[in-house]
Design a protein around this ligand. Structure first.
Ligand code: FES
Ligand code: FES
Length: 178
């Protein structure tokens, strides 16, 4: 049990709900979600920032929650996979993952969904990636190469990559993300 001086008050707005926790300073955001709030959608694959299965949105930006101390995220808004759907209504991205069989075991899927949600937002904002060609050529075109590069931080041990790319491509087309 850590000394009281080794604990901090942490305030997190998770999926629109405010939480106040008293946590060991070493608690990661991933462990705060899973162990303290019972939100087990974000998965612990590597706990080292290498697999992406723990990806959530932090103030709208995708992050690997195993690499962030909860205390450093205090005051921020977190969206985990549990917060993507509107009640029983899935987001188009979630439905496209189902329609395209974009998973097998599903262990990476929550991270893929949160990462793709953040990534589509980045494209809407016109943020380039390392494979974006001419930065002066106008809006980013979300080609398969762009999707693969932008999702390269999310590994899938089942290698469902072609279906994941297809699902994201279909979502982008439906939502007119170029
Ligand atoms: S568990 Fe966070 S990147 Fe693997
Ligand atoms: S669906 Fe099994 S790891 Fe991606």
């Amino acid at each position: 049990m850590p000394e009281e001086t080794e604990r901090s008050s942490v305030t997190l707005a998770v999926n629109g709900q405010q939480h106040r926790l008293r946590l060991d300073n070493r608690t990661t955001l991933l462990d705060a979600l899973r162990e303290h709030l019972g939100l087990i959608g974000a998965k612990k694959g590597c706990d080292h920032g290498q697999c992406g299965s723990c990806t959530v949105l932090l103030d709208g930006r995708r992050v690997k929650s195993c690499l962030i101390f909860a205390v450093a995220a205090s005051g921020s808004a977190v969206v985990s996979v549990e917060g993507l759907a509107d009640g029983d209504d899935l987001q188009p991205l979630q439905q496209c993952f189902i329609d395209h069989d974009a998973f097998q075991c599903g262990y990476c899927t929550s991270g893929q969904l949160c990462s793709a949600t953040g990534m589509l937002d980045e494209v809407r904002k016109g943020w380039p990636s390392v494979v974006t060609g001419d930065l002066a050529a106008g809006p980013v075109r979300l080609t398969e190469e762009e999707i693969r590069e932008r999702m390269s931080g999310n590994l899938c041990r089942c290698a469902a990559y072609p279906q994941i790319v297809a699902a994201i491509r279909a979502t982008a087309t439906a939502e007119a993300v170029r």
